[in-house]
Structure formats: C-alpha cells, structure tokens
Design a protein around this ligand. Sequence first.
Ligand SMILES: C[S@@+](CC[C@H](N)C(=O)[O-])C[C@H]1O[C@@H](n2cnc3c(N)ncnc32)[C@H](O)[C@@H]1O
Length: 276
Amino acid sequence: MELTSALIGGSYDELNALFTIAFGPHIHNGYWYSREDNSSLEVALQRMNDLIIEKLAAHKDWPVLDVGCGGGELMRQLAARVGCQTVGISNSHVQIDGANEQARTVNIDDLAKFQFADAHSLPFPDAHFQAVVTIESLCHIGDRPRALGEIARVLRPGGRIVVADFSEHAPMSQDAKNLLAENEFDFLQFDEIGKLFGDAGFEVLESVDLSWTTAKSQDAMLESIRLRRAELLAHYSAEFIDAFEANWLNLSDAFEKYLSYSLVVGQKTNREPVGV
Ligand SMILES: C[S@@+](CC[C@H](N)C(=O)[O-])C[C@H]1O[C@@H](n2cnc3c(N)ncnc32)[C@H](O)[C@@H]1O
C-alpha cells in the first residue's frame, strides 16, 4: 500500500475524536522515569512534550514549524511559553481546524497558526524557520528523503531540527511487516536517521534512545481507550472500538518486539545537500 498523504490524512480525520478523547491533545509516546513510575498517561505525555520543548531551545525571535502537528498542542505551548511565532502543518483537515480553534480558545492564535499541508511539499519560502520539529510523523511519510529535503530548505543555516520517532531495531517477521503496513506505518530503519540527516544537510547534535522510558505508552494508551469507552461510543460503533482495541493489542506486541524510540536533535549545516 502506498502511503499517500491523502490516505494518512483521511485516517487521522477519522480517528481524531478517538485520539482526542483517549489521549488528550498529544498523539505521541509518553515519558516515564522508571518501570516503577506510575504517572498517568496524561502526565507522561506532557513530560514528553516538555522534553521536546527543552530540546528545541527556542528563542522568542525564532519562527518554529511543526511538521505533522496533530492537534497542535506542542506549538501552542511553545508559543505561550517562549513568545515565538509557531506554525503547525498536518495533512488532516480535522486536526488543523481543531488546532486553530483551540489556539483561539486559549488566546494564542496571534502566535500559533495551523495550516493544512503535505510534508512532501512545504508551502513556505526557503530559510523561513529557525527550528523545525517532527514527532512521530516520519513513520507515515512515503518519501522521507524528500520530506527531510523540504525541512532543510525551509530552515535557515544553523537552524535546529528535533525528531522523535520509532525505528526498527530487529528484523521483523512477515506478519509484523504486514500488520504495520496495514496500519499505514513505514518505520525508519535503526540507523536510517543519521544517513537521512547527512543527505539533507544536517549534522546530528544529540541522539537519545528513549525506548526504555517510553515503553509503557502503548499499554497506557489502550487502558485509556478502554476507560473512555462510553465517551467513544458517542462517535464510533461498538464494533469499530472493539476492532480498534484488538488491532492496538497486536500493534503493541509488534512495537515491543521490533521497535526502538529515539529523540534526535540536529542542526542545518552550510553544506549543500546530496543530489543538489
Ligand atoms: C502520530 S501523529 C503525531 C502528531 C503530533 N506530532 C503529536 O506528537 O501529537 C502523526 C501526525 O503526522 C501527520 N502526517 C503524517 N503524514 C503527513 C504528511 N505527509 N504531511 C503532513 N502531515 C502528515 C498526521 O496527520 C498526524 O498529525
């Protein structure tokens, strides 16, 4: 199955209510300090959000872009804390409408703006942003070299990139490959990000393996889906929710066996990217 932007965006439109009800404003892994850390999903998700904001190390004069912004919470919080101009793009109309509406509600819409766009073709001039972040979006992007090339194009020399995403650390069974493809994922290979960064003209400043601290995410997310079943039934049929839960269980299993989770911080160099 080809991972077109329209396909992925349509799925996020359909699942927006489910993710919002079950996970709140974040659709990414949470961060737990240890196996004994019993923090709620909400707390762990916010902690990951805070870590990403810390790694962005943004200044109020920095325009910042979030590629695959989900509901836009990261950019709203960054704008509110730092006072910088932020833009989030997503290929889901439903997410973008919700993100703009929420920015108006919390009165940050002068600094946090959201627009529908495809990561393969960013609608911004060259060297427009000082920092770009992309959280769990590369795993859906069909042509990652092109998307990274676009990010490099819209970043200023010396600009910062922060990526958090899954990557395959072990050879997958055919069943797992099929399951992930059916779920519209195409995960990075374990060592792929370094090459993608180099080819796009970024140097890696920091790479942190967060597999261990994020490992509780899928179980906590499933628990939250189950706890909020009554609310979900206002938007989805019981059959849909049952099928979603069963699929999530299988996905969790594959994630645990085959995937790592990394946070990578890079900087745009002055070198010409490969292929230019
Ligand atoms: C797992 S969600 C992560 C959302 C957000 N980054 C967060 O951490 O909450 C993946 C996001 O990537 C977006 N996305 C996937 N492929 C995209 C593409 N080609 N262009 C723009 N957005 C894309 C989806 O619409 C969704 O917002």
